[in-house]
Structure formats: C-alpha cells, structure tokens
Ligand binder design. Structure first.
Ligand code: XMP
Length: 516
C-alpha cells in the first residue's frame, strides 16, 4: 500500500475564517494536509516535509502587523508556495512589493481576467467569477512577481514569481462561490507541487486499520458508544481492525430518541457483530433528575451520572488497556490554539478524565486526522447506515435539555413520539437534509383544546428547525406552512398528552438552538 501521508501540503494559518475550508478542499481533491499556525517553530515546518505550502488569509494588515509574516524558511525549502489573500499580501511584502491599506472591504463576487498563461490556471477559462473578501490589496509587485489575473477592483488579483514556483491570489479559491477554485487547487497540488491523489475513504480506512493493529497489538479496547456519528465510526473502524478485542459500552440514559437504543444495538451488535454492553440506566437518570429543574444543574447531573455508569461498566473489563475516543481534527486544531491567538480547550468527552486511577487506560483516537465530512464518508465506506452517519446533531444530555424544567419519564415518552412524527415528515418531504438541525421541545404547561366533542387539556410541544453552517449562529428554517400544519395535525391526533403545537421562530442570536 502507498503511504497516504507522503504526498501532502502544509497550510500555514494566519487566522482566516476560511482556513479549515482550505484544508477540506485540499483533502477533497485527494491530498492530505495539515494546518499549522504561521508562527509554529520552524523545525515543525521542516520536519513535516510537505510537497507544497499554502499561506491562508487572515484579519491582519501587513502594514500594521510587523510580526505576522510567513517564516522565511517557507521560501527556502525548495517547495511551491501559494498565498491566499493575506498570504499573498505578506508574500509580496516580504519580497519588496507594496500593499495598500484600506478601510473599505471588497466582499462578494468579482470577475477576474487572465493576463498571461500560468500553470496555476491550466484548463481554466480566461474570465471567471471569484469570491473576494479583503480590505488591503497588493498595489506593487516589486521586481520578482508578475500579474497573472486582474479584476476591476484589484488589478493584481493573481500573481506568480518570475523564476520560483510561488503564487498568490487575492480572492478565495476555497469558497465554492469561486467558480474554478477547485481546479486552481488541483493545478497547485498536482501540476505544481507534484502530489498524487492518495487520500480517499478506502485508503484512509486501510491506513487506519494498519495503524490500529500496530498500536494495540493483542490488547483489548473500550469504547463509549453513543449512537452519534463519531463514536459510531470509531466503533466500525476498530471492529474492522481488531474484531472482538473491542468492547463498546452503550449507556441508555432514557433520554434518547424513539427506538434509538434498539437501533444502536441492531446496527452494531446484531448486524456487525460488535461486542456491545448495553446498560439500561433509565431509572437511575430519571430518579436523579426528579428533583432538579435548573438547566445547568440538569446538564451536570446527567454528565456526572453518565461518567459514573461508564466507569462502573468499564472497570469490569479488567483486560482492557485502551480507551478509544472519537476526537476529530477540528478538536485537535482547536486544542492546539489557532493563529487568532484564542486558546481553545479540547472538547471534554464525557468518558475521559473520569476513569478510575487504577485503570490506567491509554487513549486511542483513530479519527484525529479527519474532518467531520471525512468521518461521514469513512462511515459510509465502512457500511454504516446512511441515516446514522448523516443524522442531525444530538446534544450529550439528550432529551434532558429538550424537556423544560423537571424531567419525567412520562414527558420523555410523549416527546419521543412527537419528535418521531416530526422527523418522519421532514424525511418524507425532503426537508430533513435541507435543514441543519430539527427537533421537538416539550413544554410542561397545559393548554385547552377540543377533539371531536371532547375538551382536551394537555401539554404543548414546540417544533424547532434551524439552518446554520457552524452552529454558532443560526436562522430559523422557513419550513412550508402546509408542512408545519400537517405535522401539527399528526402530532395532536396521534400523540396522547399533546393538545397544541407551536413553531419556534427565534434565530441564534438571540436564542440558542436548544431551549435549555
Ligand atoms: P446551542 O443550544 O448552544 O447549541 O445553540 C449549539 C449546538 O450544540 C448542540 N449542543 C450540545 N452538544 N453537548 C453536546 O454534545 C451538549 O451539552 C450540547 N448542548 C447543545 C446543540 O444541539 C446544537 O447543535
């Protein structure tokens, strides 16, 4: 098997919101890449041994930020370099050209026209739409560079070094609005850097399986399985690599969606023959939650009890030496701290840190190199059901934060049924994949209704659906009125205990996506 990491690119991050997108686009064309902060120690850049380097965009101005520069070694390694937006500006500046500062941003579509032939634009039309997002722009190239493309607003929209393989583009080829962005990245990676496309789901799996086997040998591994995408893919991958040396612990909290526990068992235990210990802990969770209605306290209670139960079960597996986790690449980048200077804390997975001291489990994280979209593709390649891999996100505390205030089994049962109808109808109408997340919230207040000749006095549920890219901000989804009406009718008619359905029209901000 060819080494899938051998042909790789390095992305130096200057803090652009698009840096991870550059990495995802490069991976999509089949080339492995990693993101390092622009000020990482030079030894790391050298030892990474990339076939080419991409300098990302960033919020700084080269005329004001003296130290936000590409390390000089980048231009001395003998590998091609592509500067994007700020990356291009700092390259020009470092080679003696000039960048003009501006308070006005150029943001949105622009047309660029090629001024000369360049391998960077091989097979790309002379005139093309690109996506601009910049304030400063290059105004003088200095003696080393020449213009290869211009737009009306940016006469130096793309440039190339006269005798070295160094290129710069003012616009963002990584954004899909740039019509030939993918082709430009392909030209850079394949024609200029000489990479081969080796990065694809099948080769990622083969590589991971080999690594896992080498890493764990004959040892046994424990995995906390939640039914979410990441832990499901880890389970499938580990099972492929080490079969029965893997034991999964699945804690059924009673706060899961309709039939979710059975579905997890069916997929993993029955169909794939993975060893799964199902812990039915429903009554313990409801007992704990009985006396608490504060959202933060509920989250803490659920988290702590989950860790306790997971520990109880895993400490029975005396022979286990490894704990597997679904850490993915964005968690790794964030924990390393990004170029924006924000120090992020790594996602606190519920099963780390809480394990008893004497268990001394070593961590195995087979998805550490993968973006979420890659995790999904790997999951599909491993044969996991499409709906499991492309399911909307579900919060760790589950229905515990979708039942407002006090959590009772009676409420959870009602909510599960209503939510299942909502999801069914979203699937049927094609809206499930058009929205980013949708769910039902249980409101523990009663409202009057009529059904037939009977007066009803029952609970209220709220339907929520949002569209978002990063879950940090979101807009409420404009589901068709007819669809909302149909869902509402079905819920009130079919779910005993509900007399009224409302639709949440709050964005984030000011609301959060979940209600608690
Ligand atoms: P909010 O409600 O903060 O949610 O706007 C943003 C996204 O995060 C999910 N979420 C959680 N995920 N544990 C999780 O794993 C949690 O405690 C949690 N709380 C919220 C939420 O579903 C949405 O996708």
């Amino acid at each position: 098997m060819k080494d899938i990491h051998q042909h790789k690119l390095l992305i130096l991050d200057f803090g652009s919101q698009y840096t991870q997108l550059i990495a995802r686009r490069v991976r999509e064309i089949g080339v492995y890449c990693e993101i390092y902060s622009y000020d990482v120690a030079i030894e790391h850049i050298k030892s990474f041994a990339a076939k080419g380097i991409i300098l990302s965009g960033g919020p700084e101005s080269v005329n004001e930020s003296e130290c936000v520069r590409a390390p000089e070694c980048v231009f001395e390694l003998g590998v091609p370099v592509l500067g994007i937006c700020y990356g291009m500006q700092t390259m020009v500046h470092q080679f003696g050209g000039k960048v003009a500062s501006s308070d006005k941003r150029e943001f949105g579509y622009a047309k660029i026209e090629l001024k000369t032939t360049s391998v960077l634009y091989n097979g790309i039309p002379d005139v093309q739409d690109v996506w601009m997002s910049h304030g400063d722009k290059v105004v003088e190239l200095g003696e080393h560079f020449e213009v290869i493309a211009a737009s009306e607003n940016a006469p130096i929209a793309a440039m190339a070094h006269k005798c070295q393989p160094f290129f710069g583009v003012q616009y963002h080829p990584e954004v899909t609005h740039s019509a030939y962005g993918k082709e430009l990245l392909e030209n850079f990676a394949f024609k200029i850097c000489g990479c081969e496309a080796r990065w694809n789901p099948a080769s990622i799996i083969e590589d991971a399986v080999n690594k896992i086997r080498k890493q764990v040998g004959e040892d046994e591994v424990i995995l906390g399985l939640s039914g979410g995408v990441d832990s499901s893919v880890v389970a499938a991958l580990l099972h492929k690599a080490i079969g029965d040396q893997l034991t999964c612990v699945f804690v059924d909290t009673g706060l899961l969606r309709l039939h979710e526990g059975d579905q997890v068992m069916q997929t993993f235990a029955e169909n794939m023959h993975v060893k799964v210990i199902r812990v039915n802990a429903e009554s313990r969770f409801f007992e704990k939650l009985n006396s608490n209605s504060d959202p933060e306290q509920k989250r803490k209670l659920i988290g702590t009890l989950f860790v306790d139960i997971f520990n109880e079960e895993s400490s029975k597996l005396k022979r286990a030496k490894w704990l597997a986790q679904g850490t993915i690449y964005p968690d790794v980048i964030e924990s390393a701290g990004s170029a924006t200077g924000k120090a992020h804390v790594i996602k606190s997975h519920h099963n780390v840190g809480g394990l008893p001291e004497d268990m001394k489990l070593a961590l195995i994280e087979p998805l550490r190199e993968l973006f979420k979209d890659e995790v999904r593709k790997v999951g599909i390649e491993l044969g996991l059901p499409y709906r499991m891999v492309y399911r909307h996100p579900f919060p760790g505390p589950g229905l515990g934060v979708r039942i407002l205030g006090q959590v009772k089994k009676e409420y959870a049962d009602i909510l599960r049924q209503a939510d299942a109808i909502y999801m069914q109808e979203l699937e049927k109408s094609g809206w499930y994949d058009k929205v980013s997340q949708a769910f039902t919230v249980f409101l523990p207040v009663k409202s009057v209704g009529v059904m037939g000749d009977q007066r009803k006095y029952d609970y209220v549920v709220a339907l929520r659906a949002v569209e978002t890219i990063d879950f940090m901000t979101a807009r409420w989804a404009h589901l068709p009125y007819e669809l909302i009406g149909h869902i509402s009718n079905r819920i009130v008619n079919e779910v005993k205990g509900i007399s009224r359905v409302v639709y949440d029209v709050t964005g984030k901000p000011p609301g959060t996506i979940e209600w608690e």
